[in-house]
Design a binder for this molecule. Structure first.
Ligand code: GLN
Length: 248
């Protein structure tokens, strides 16, 4: 377990050439018996939607989401252009670096098409940097005492105010066992330069916390996690999102 945490610590979502770490993290051997058992159970007994899930593939950990969805038997499309949103039933915005991803989202003219996708009932899940992009308001933590409102581009879809890097820097990355609403066993969650949700709107359902900090929340067909379920191999949050895409 400790070895896994150390490997994750040196994982840098900004470094696409970091393939050996990527391989180790997605390696089945690093999964606990619970994860392997859950994956088998889900792929054998649950109804897997035949629809396609899009993964925003501008930057960050999109391949890891792709792998876990494929292992669940789901069709996946990497989304880079507005036309790629056509016909998908859900969109995952991965972790990475929200400022870079936001800039690319604007350069590729994806902001309004993604907002339209949500307005027409498409489900969207943002993990870490992706959760920052979903937020109405973003706060940058300058130091322990000072934080500033950020004007970085974002989708402004979810009624959350997020604080970036709320647990510190890359070296302060950590793993925590989370109680998640609706899950009967704890979820091993990995936090890398993670945000927290400082405030959430009335329509937002809090699904999990670390201490008193909100780390998983849902508003209608929007889901936001400040941690990285795609790095652990435990598919339960992915399955939760797939179920959301099937809701009317
Ligand atoms: N701290 C990063 C940001 O602000 C997010 C880190 C992550 O996605 N792991 O964009």
């Amino acid at each position: 377990m400790l070895r896994l945490v150390q490997e994750i610590w040196i994982y840098n979502p900004l470094e696409p050439s970091n393939l050996s770490n990527e391989k180790r993290i997605t390696n089945h051997e690093s999964q606990t018996p619970l994860e392997v058992k859950t994956m088998k159970k889900l792929s054998q007994t649950q109804s897997i939607p035949s629809k396609t899930i899009g993964v925003l593939a501008l930057q960050g950990a999109f391949r890891e989401h792709r792998h876990i969805l494929e292992r669940l038997g789901v069709g996946v499309r990497e989304v880079r252009l507005p036309a790629d949103l056509e016909g998908i039933s859900g969109l995952i915005i991965p972790g990475g670096e929200s400022t870079t991803m936001a800039k690319l989202m604007m350069d590729y003219q994806l902001k309004q098409p993604i907002r339209d996708f949500a307005a027409h009932g498409g489900a969207i899940w943002g993990t870490c940097a992706g959760a920052i992009l979903l937020a109405k308001d973003i706060e940058n933590q300058v130091d322990a005492h000072i934080s500033t409102a950020s004007d970085q581009p974002r989708l402004e879809l979810m009624h959350t105010r997020v604080r970036r890097n709320a647990f510190g820097r890359q070296v302060d990355s950590f793993q925590a066992s989370l109680e998640i609403v609706g899950m009967d066993q704890p979820f091993k969650a990995i936090f890398i330069r993670a945000p927290v949700f400082l405030e959430v709107g009335d329509a937002v359902q809090v699904l999990s916390r670390v201490g008193d900090q909100i780390v998983l929340a849902r508003e209608g067909k929007l889901l936001a996690s400040s941690f990285h379920p795609e790095l652990t191999g435990d598919p339960r949050v992915h399955q939760y999102f797939l179920d959301m895409t099937l809701e009317p």
